[in-house]
Write a protein that binds this ligand. Structure first.
Ligand SMILES: *Cc1c(COP(=O)(O)O)cnc(C)c1O
Length: 228
């Protein structure tokens, strides 16, 4: 199942890229394995998948210990008291969503003598239920965090609203892409706009059409999640 699903997602990515004149190699697929057992991760690994996304700290610790050869990304809200456990274990945090969290990461990373790569999470649609910075605050925040020597901003991330028709999210993705390109052109010191993480199972084709460089697909690879 997992192998076939990954092949379908990869084929979809290739087809969307062909349609909109992008290169499939420029899209990184993150397999979101939250709540899924080690056996599912092994299946994905056997299908050639290397990068996995998780949103709970304990689960990341268990899975990074079990699969040190894979690359792990933190994609969910990170509590400040868990920062120390996670940094150094994950190769990218997609969800830098507050200045207080940035302060904590800076402090702990300095103690450990490491630099932590992050994406700034943007709440483009200003949903109350979501974390992240508003777009109009993002430039100021980027410039502030750019001054933190142990944090490296590598791009932007958003979680688009939950919608029936993915077309409804096209403008959300387009707005963030415009900000991504504008910011990249400004060449802010210690800020690189390499990654634009947007698009999930329901809307990743639209996100790619609108400029995503990373898509985070869970259900489309591993099936529905069961929360106990
Ligand atoms: C769970 C999750 C995903 C994957 O969602 P699917 O709809 O299952 O593809 C992507 N991004 C984030 C931040 C998530 O929490």
């Amino acid at each position: 199942m997992v192998r076939e699903n990954i092949e379908v997602v990869r084929r979809n990515i290739r087809q969307v890229c062909e349609r909109c004149g992008r290169r499939a190699e420029d899209i990184t697929l993150i397999a979101v394995s939250k709540t899924k057992p080690f056996s599912s991760i092994q299946e994905a690994q056997a299908a050639g998948q290397r990068i996995f996304g998780e949103n709970h700290v304990q689960e990341i610790l268990d899975k990074t210990a079990a699969f040190p050869e894979l690359e792990w990304h933190m994609i969910g809200h990170l509590q400040r008291n868990k920062v120390r456990q996670v940094i150094g274990k994950v190769s990218l945090i997609h969800s830098l969503d507050s200045l207080r969290l940035a302060d904590q990461i800076e402090k702990e990373a300095a103690k450990m003598g490491i630099t932590v790569p992050v994406l700034l999470e943007i709440n483009v649609a200003k949903e109350e239920s979501k974390y992240g910075f508003f777009l109009e605050d993002a430039e100021r925040v980027l410039k502030t965090i750019a001054g933190f020597p142990h944090i490296q901003i590598k791009g932007l991330m958003t979680i688009a609203p939950f919608v029936e028709d993915p077309e409804e999210n096209r403008l959300v993705f387009r707005k963030l892409y415009e900000f991504f390109i504008d910011t990249r052109a400004k060449n802010i010191d210690n800020v690189s706009m390499d990654h634009l993480s947007m698009g999930m199972t329901n809307d990743y084709p639209v996100a790619i059409e609108e400029g995503a460089t990373m898509v985070r697909v869970g259900t489309g690879i591993f099936g529905e999640r069961q929360y106990r």
